[in-house]
Design a protein around this ligand. Structure first.
Ligand SMILES: Cc1cc2nc3c(=O)[nH]c(=O)nc-3n(C[C@H](O)[C@H](O)[C@H](O)COP(=O)(O)OP(=O)(O)OC[C@H]3O[C@@H](n4cnc5c(N)ncnc54)[C@H](O)[C@@H]3O)c2cc1C
Length: 396
């Protein structure tokens, strides 16, 4: 059986950044395996491409600790490699006076996390985003930026291949774990260290090692729409609503991407499959189990219930549109068109407590390390998070 010092399962942003970190620390024989034929087929290639700036997260959480530094490292990587980087900044607008209170809470969290944000008034908002509207105050985050996730993934794969220390095995699916070896759908592979960065399937991979046994991922679907011109020209950067800070999702927002297109979304609609990108596409034999878990969460968890009741209505264009209208002064139904872009946002739940896990989670079992909840802002945080995983779970 072929043996590698390290096997990484998953060539998303987390797997690639961990490989990069290990190369920097002198590891010489790393195999990155992925069931797909190329990078970016799942969350890392289907997201909004926003580099978040540490605003929402409870101080002390991994998200709070990793996000700003990840933002800085990702910007630096884009600059060094001449990859698209749009330093757009973002504004968070309030729909009513009670949301203004949450804006101040967001300012407090962002400042505690070392961020650089400012409460602005309507006149300042108009200068930054002339079409945005708010109830008196808004929050401005100058450090929020936008990148092209797929070009970052491609560039990381190229760097790793060039290092001569990393080999990629595309089209190779993890099936089960043995004693210091794994079985894939093509061969058996022995390892010194195994790293699970399998995104939406990371719970299943972990269970094979006896890790994360109390946890399951449940999928939420993020669908997007786009703006036609000239309405798109009215959005300069990113306009976000004040979110429900008890939930993991940020609400439908406007984002101008690095190519000048303006996207609206994503939603967080409970999905029926881990790759259920279309209405029916990606629904497989696991659907009844997912429905059962959703039903249990619906009964036992208030946060889940509010998302499950609120989000599916956004399948209706009129509801999606009315959410968008809350953020801007002018928008007509004919300005908004459907987009094929969709992503799945796997969210970890604790089966014992029926709680949504709100932070990143990592578990180590023997010589295997499992990244179990790479939720947003994991793309932003990937470089600093991978450094932390290497220092705290691999080097120790
Ligand atoms: C709609 C949406 C919008 C988002 N917006 C943002 C944003 O603006 N900013 C931000 O910071 N974050 C955002 N996120 C979150 C971010 O995209 C994810 O947190 C991040 O991409 C997770 O990366 P990953 O490497 O863990 O997972 P993935 O990118 O899903 O990679 C996992 C890889 O593992 C492979 N794999 C899975 N199972 C197996 C198996 N059995 N065998 C072999 N390979 C396997 C998959 O093929 C995949 O390539 C968003 C996510 C979504 C879905």
């Amino acid at each position: 059986m072929k043996k590698h010092d390290v096997i990484i399962c998953g060539a998303g942003i987390i797997g690639l950044c961990i490989a990069r970190e290990l190369v920097a620390r002198g590891y010489r024989d790393i195999l990155v395996m992925d069931k797909e034929s190329h990078p970016g087929m799942h969350a890392s290639g289907r997201n909004s491409g926003v580099l978040h700036a540490g605003i929402y997260y409870d101080p002390g959480t991994l998200k709070a600790r990793m996000c700003l530094e990840g933002n800085r490292l990702m910007r630096e990587y884009c600059r060094e490699n001449s990859l698209p980087l749009f330093e757009s900044g973002k504004v968070i607008v309030a729909r009513n006076s009670s949301e203004v209170h949450t804006l101040f809470e967001l300012e407090r969290r962002a400042t505690a996390n070392g961020g650089n944000v400012e409460i602005i008034d309507e006149r300042q908002l108009e200068e930054l985003e002339p079409n945005a509207r708010t109830a008196g105050k808004a929050l401005h985050s100058p450090l929020t930026a936008v990148v092209d996730p797929k070009s970052i993934l491609k560039s990381l794969v190229r760097d790793l291949e060039r290092s001569g220390k990393v080999r990629f095995q595309w089209g190779s699916r993890f099936v089960k774990a043995g004693r210091n070896f794994i079985t894939t759908d093509t061969d058996d592979l022995a390892y010194g260290l195994f790293i699970n960065a399998a995104g939406a399937y990371s719970d299943k991979v972990a269970h094979s090692f006896g890790a994360g046994m109390d946890y399951r991922l449940i999928p939420f679907k993020g669908i997007y729409k786009t703006l036609r011109r000239p309405a798109a020209d009215q959005i300069r950067g990113s306009i976000y609503p004040v979110p429900n800070i008890n939930n993991p999702f940020l609400g439908v927002h406007f984002t101008r991407n690095v190519h000048g297109e303006v996207y609206l979304g994503p939603t967080a609609i409970p999905a029926f499959g881990r790759e259920n990108y279309g209405l029916l596409r990606g629904i497989d034999a696991e659907a009844p189990a997912i429905l059962w878990r959703d039903a249990l969460m619906f009964l036992n968890n208030r946060k889940f219930r509010s998302v499950a009741l609120e989000e599916p209505r956004k399948y209706l264009s009129s509801c999606f549109f009315s959410d968008a209208c809350d953020l801007v002064k002018e928008l007509r139904p004919e300005d908004v068109k459907d987009s094929p872009k969709a992503g799945i946002r796997p969210q970890l739940v604790n089966l014992r407590t029926h709680e949504l896990v709100m932070d990143f989670m990592v578990e180590k079992v023997g010589n295997s390390v499992h990244v179990l909840n790479s939720i947003s802002p994991a793309f932003t945080s990937a470089m600093s998070f991978s450094r932390m995983v290497t220092v705290e779970y691999i080097d120790k």
